[in-house]
Design a protein around this ligand. Sequence first.
Ligand SMILES: *Cc1c(COP(=O)(O)O)cnc(C)c1O
Length: 391
Amino acid sequence: MSPAYPLASLSSSNLFFSPLPPNHEPPAGKANHGRYMLTIPWSAASGHELAFDPLSGVLQYAVTCFEGMKCYKTDQGDLRLFRPEKNFDRFKRSAARLGLPNKWDNAELVDLLCKLLALEAPLVPTGDGSNLYIRPTLLETSEGYGIKETAFASEALLYVVTTLNLGKGLYASSEAPGKGIRLDACRDYIRAWPGGTGSYKLGANYGTVSVAKKPGFAMSLWLHSHDGEDYLSEAGAMNVWIIKQAADGYLEFITMGLDNGIVLPGITRESLIELLNDHASGKSSVPLPGLPTKLRVVERDISMSEIVTSIEDGSLKGMFGCGTGVVVVQIGEIQYQDKIHKIPHNPLIQILRDTVTGIQRGKIEHPWSHKVPEWDGSGAEKDREEDNVLA
Ligand SMILES: *Cc1c(COP(=O)(O)O)cnc(C)c1O
C-alpha cells in the first residue's frame, strides 16, 4: 500500500539552518515553544518544491499524522531520547495508512532530530517531569480533494516542532492517595472501532473527539460497545491498565490487546510490558522495588462492568494510564452513567513511573535511552535554501 518512491534525499549532511540572532526574543505567548523547526519537504516529482494549496489533502481531508516524543536532560546535562526509532517506525505505519511517503531512513531522521535538539539544548529543562516535547508531523501538501489517479500524495511535508513540559501538570497526579486523575467514561462519541484507524496516530482521530471532554475531568475514557457491554479502549491519548488480584495469588497487570486495531500501540505500554515480564521472570536488570515477582501481564478486553464489580469485590487494586505525555499516571475516579466510581490507590504505580522516568532521564542506564550527540551547528551555515532549512 505504500508508494514506491523513497525519501532518498533525507540526509543530515544536507542540513542547512539560519542561526537566531543573539538578541532573539520569542513573540508573546510563544515562550514555551522551541526556537527552531526542522522541515523536510518532499515531492514525488523533484524531492523539492513546496506549495500549500487550499485544496491540499491536509486541509481538505485531514491527511496528516504525527508522533509525540520527549527529550530529557540528565542531571549531568546531556540530552536523551527514549526509543526514538520506535516512534519513527510507528510514524511510517501511520503515513502508509494515509498514502503519505513512508520509506525514509529512521537513523537519518533520528540524526536530524538530534541536531535540532542540540540547537535547542539550552532550552531543555532538568528535573523530574520536565521535558522538551517533540512533535514530528507529516502532511499532504498536494491537492487532495477529487478522485486521484493514484491514492498516494504527490507532495508532502515532514516537520518537527518542540514545546516545553507537555504533561508536566499531570505529573504530580500519581503521588498521594486520592490524587489520581478523574476520567469521564464517554458514551456519546466513539474514538475507535474494529477495523477503524484508532491504532494509527492520525490527526483526524483527535480532532473528531476533542469535543467530548467534560469540564472537571482530565480526559475522556473511551469506550466501545458490543454484545451489550461497554469495553475500555483508551483514555485521552493514553493506554489504560488495571491491576487486579487474581484467585491464584498472582497480581495481574491487565491492558487492552492490540489485535482489534482499536488501541494505539504505545511505546510506554510496550516498555512497561517488557519491564513487568522481565521482573516476573527474574531476569531483569532494571529493579522494580516492591513489585511482587508473582505478577502477570495480561492483554485482553476490559469492560466497564468488570471495573464496577471488581471495585465492589475488592479485587481491583489500581488503575493507571501510560503514554509519552504523562509517562504513568494514577487514575483516581471514573464517571460512568452518572455515577462516580472511586479507584483504589496503588503505590506500585509510582514505582513503575519512577522506573520509566529513571531510564528516560538517564538515572538508570538502559539501552532504551538514546544519547543526543553534542552539536553546535557548525558546518551547516551554508547559504539558506528555501526548502531544506532549519530555521
Ligand atoms: C500516543 C498515544 C498513546 C501513547 O503512546 P506512547 O508511544 O506511549 O506515547 C496512547 N494512546 C493514544 C490514543 C495515543 O495517541
